[in-house]
Design a protein around this ligand. Sequence first.
Ligand SMILES: Cc1ncc(COP(=O)(O)O)c(C=O)c1O
Length: 380
Amino acid sequence: MDFISKLPGQELSIFSVMSKMAKEQNAINLAQGFPNFDCDPTLIELVHKNMTAGHNQYAPMAGTIQLRNQIAKKIKLLYNIEVDPLSEVTITTGATQAIYNSIQTVVHTGDEVIVIEPAYDSYVPAIKMCGGTAVSYSMKGPDFKINWEKLGAMINSKTKMIIINTPHNPTATRLDQQDLQTLSDLLADTNIYLLSDEVYEHLVYDEQSHISAMQFPDLYKRSFITYSFGKTFHATGWKIGYLVSPPDLTAEFRKIHQFTVFSVNTPVQLALATYMQTPEHYQQLPQFYQQKRDLFLEAMQGSPLKALPSAGTYYTLFDYSAISDKKELDFVTDLTYNAKVAAIPVSAFYADHVENQVIRLCFAKRDDTLLEAARRLSTL
Ligand SMILES: Cc1ncc(COP(=O)(O)O)c(C=O)c1O
């Protein structure tokens, strides 16, 4: 069959490539961002209970009211902000679908979307699929900061949306109050939408707090904010997340949501709603992951790989310039074959494969896995 590809030149995602290589080489997979420990048995029990109680048919299109209520309660508790669970919260099949739908909701052919690179890999294909153009703002190592003035200079009459991600995958940096205030000022007199990907909201370390686009009224009115229960509750395979957005944007989002997935699986939604009644389940996450980060960094002190600061997410970047001048993809390939540890080249998060000589390692792993990976990396 002849066809015109909607994503010509699109390669297999780097996560699939590295996970496959890790398996083939019997290497420890610190590449893809998923835990190698199980989620809380209580949560599994709750899903089971809801299934056996017969909650196995379609959920309401926007999500069960029980889960949306709990999300609104969490937002009130964490940020002291009231969102209406009926008109501002929508349950999605992972953050990925929330991101895809948000872009579909507002981007038309010919529109430009500013993407801050290195960027999570689903943003650009989603923009292309609605005929938009992704315009890259490139952050450079080692600090990977945004110069808002330079980013502001990229705005023009075609700019429809800006995408931010905080805490940030892959650089493990986070935006602070000043960053979001500056962005708010920058967008104040424009009709530009904001997609704020906050899937790592609970993974912020060193006594700092996550700052959300929701906390800035002039940002929130133009925002699609995306979250992931997979990241939060160690269950990435469940593919369930949500969107928080003001009522007018949510109404438009749902027009598309109802024809992409219609609704998300019922027993998991009901289980999560019960599980979230105990706020400790998400409040203890920074401590849980900070302990893993610190254990790993301590063990890595014997390695020639130099850690960059990890302020949030469950990743740390490592600079390997002291031991190799190879390109990042070649370096991680060597690492997988020889040291038997798989990592992600940060260059894969740039459209132009910018090289910083840094790789990303995921520390959402059991302590014994982290210690064994660090031991292997210390022999480099
Ligand atoms: C920044 C970012 N956004 C979105 C996602 C996707 O989340 P989900 O698995 O809930 O679709 C990921 C997953 O790695 C991510 O790192």
